[in-house]
Design a protein around this ligand. Sequence first.
Ligand code: GLA
Length: 377
Amino acid sequence: MERRYFIRNTILTASAIAYLKANAIAALTDSRGLKDYFKNDFFVGTAIGTRTLLQNDREMLDLIANEFNAITTENALKWGSVHPAENEWNFDVPDKFVEFGKKNNMFIQGHVLVWHSQVPRNLFVDEGGKQISKDALLKRMENHISTLVDRYKGKINSWDVVNESITPEDGFRKSKWLEIIGPEFMKRAFHLAHEADPDAHLIYNDYGMDNSKRRDFVVDLVNKYKKQGVPIHGIGMQGHFNLDSPNSKAIEDSIEAFGSTGMRVHFTELDVDVLPHDWRRTSEVSKNIEYSKSLNPYVDGLPKDINDKLTKRYEEIFKLFLKHRDKIDRVTFWGTSDDRSWKNNFPVRGRTNYPLLFDRDHKPKDAYFAVAGLKQL
Ligand code: GLA
């Protein structure tokens, strides 16, 4: 990226400073990125899409290398992608991911070892379609975790060992993992990952971690695990936020609660959805074009008031992160630029969303400058 020396080492008048502050904090920067501004606070990361790695998209990869010092794969290390059948492994994209991270001296996050979603269709059944036994599933899990963690031992710094296995309603999510193995599937997964790479940092990751029921369940579980010697080191709060929920207090309560167990806190999938919610979900809505248009109001650009709200929301969230920097190891965005965010297709397909710090031309947004500005001024 081109260096911008601008006015460094130049004496500025007060009005010039005011002008610059108001217009672009960027003018005060050189080629530093988010990773540099927050270098004494926490890692700042991004998730990289499969296509970016496969096509060796230089423009995006250079932007990522300049701005971030932590990376996660968006999909390439999920069970269904990396290990789609018992004896089939797709290491090509994960290898490229690790190579990129190593070359740029980054914190490399493996996502994810055990999850109920994005797994091969026949993971839980035998050839005849019959549900497999507890022992058989434990063997599949062992083979998967040992092979994957061992391959990237000493390279992937940290793993999301288990993803989304706790719900506020049920405690442990009613997944096939729970049904076939029982709740100990989680403990087993952590032990297996630790055996394969004793130096890897091991995380439990989930969404809605600001929810008090989920928070309490996780805190109890972690305390039990610690007594039992289960190798768990961190809690991942995904951080798929909206403009006005969850509130900062709930996020803060969870950071404090998880921190008090001795776990390191990671924000693992941060983004801020600016679009109207559709609580009735996709299928119904896709049939109703008019209604779906009302759910997609910013096709031609984000109105100033919503952009200001987004900017303020990011500023507020990062202020909170800085306040708790002693507990937080990493803040990772779920993607880099708005055009490639999953939020354009979830929970309604084909919308125009603005959840990240870089716009559709991959230029930093006002929210970027607000976040960076917390460290620059
Ligand atoms: C969850 C998963 C991520 C990703 C997002 C949506 O948060 O942990 O891997 O699939 O959903 O993209």
